[in-house]
Design a binder for this molecule. Structure first.
Ligand code: FAD
Length: 289
């Protein structure tokens, strides 16, 4: 196995261009598990940890550009107010050691439907930046992930980072696991209120082949908020509407049964998470937080 260790982003792209088969590694919290279990024996490993350009985030016109090598710990410490759902999701990942090594870039690279960073990215319409020696292309996150552990990354490309709008309203993320830490999600749900646009963004995690937006539920609750003038008055959402929102989210899930839970459990649970996260986020909005 050859170990490639570029010191700059340009060198990393050139290495990937010369060795398409090279497996990029940053935190290694997915890659090393695969190697330890002998599921992967790549000829080349492309270590990105010495590339400074992908370990920074910056603000650009109300949006954040977060490099693929920014760890969960840094998202929690640096961006908890600006990207609250992503910070909440990051807090649920693994343990402190995993959060110190693991990155959203790696979560995107793995493209698991259970990846905790993905629902907040979907709910806020994030875009993924993919780079090669030829240049950079931006892909909406919902188009980036194409199936369980599949994505549109080309052989010669690396993930440069992602672009996500700064939160303009309350956001939530909730996850069900068999215990409170060190668990892969049985199911999860991300939600973002966008008051200026009068929109509600959602995403179901770990209950379909990819993370999925609950589009019908979004349209339903946007209609409820508009008809009741609730964005302006900051009035309460009725129990019936919250319940219906949860039911519509359930209808968007396409769960399977596996060792972590049955399809029936997952479908029901995402409905409950959806109802709860909406009521928490709306309570924050009503309080002006
Ligand atoms: C004990 C343990 C607990 C965990 N708990 C959770 C959890 O609660 N929630 C969760 O979502 N995940 C969890 N994970 C999985 C893992 O930590 C996350 O998926 C993490 O985000 C991976 O990031 P990384 O930087 O370590 O990625 P790596 O392991 O370095 O890479 C992951 C994948 O992305 C690719 N990749 C990495 N960087 C790039 C790049 N710049 N360009 C192109 N491809 C790239 C790699 O080739 C690989 O395919 C856990 C893992 C362990 C070992």
């Amino acid at each position: 196995m050859e170990f490639l260790q570029p010191a700059t982003w340009r060198e990393a792209l050139e290495a990937k261009s010369a060795h398409h088969e090279a497996v990029p590694i940053f935190g290694g919290t997915d890659v090393m598990v695969e190697m330890n279990f002998d599921r992967r024996r790549p000829g080349y490993v492309l270590d990105l940890t010495r590339v400074p350009e992908i370990q920074v985030w910056e603000r650009e016109n109300g949006k954040f550009r977060v490099g693929a090598g920014v760890t969960y710990t840094r998202i929690i410490t640096d961006l908890k107010n600006e990207l609250p759902a992503l910070a909440m999701a990051s807090r649920t990942v693994g343990s402190p050691q995993i959060r110190n090594r693991g990155t959203v870039g790696g979560n995107l690279g793995t493209s698991s439907p259970a990846g905790d960073a993905l629902p907040p990215l979907y709910a806020s319409d994030a875009e993924v930046e993919l780079a090669s020696v030829e240049g950079i292309r931006r892909v909406p996150v919902g188009e980036f992930v194409t199936g369980p552990k599949r994505n549109v990354l080309r052989r010669e490309e690396l993930i440069w980072g992602f672009i996500i709008p700064e939160a303009e309203g309350p956001q939530q993320y909730a996850k069900i696991g068999t215990r409170n830490a060190m668990v892969i999600a049985v199911c999860s749900f991300g939600l973002a209120l966008h008051p200026a646009r009068r929109k509600v963004g959602t995403c179901i995690g770990s209950a379909a082949p990819t993370p999925v937006r609950a589009k019908e539920a979004e349209e339903f609750i946007e209609g409820v908020l508009a008809e009741g003038d609730l964005w302006e008055t900051r009035g309460a959402i009725s129990e019936a509407a919250l319940r219906r929102f949860g039911e519509m989210v359930e209808m968007s899930a396409r769960p399977i049964s596996d060792v972590r839970g049955t399809a029936e459990y997952r479908r029901r649970a995402v409905g409950v998470l959806a109802r709860r996260t909406l009521s928490w986020a709306w309570a924050e909005y009503r309080d002006g937080r």
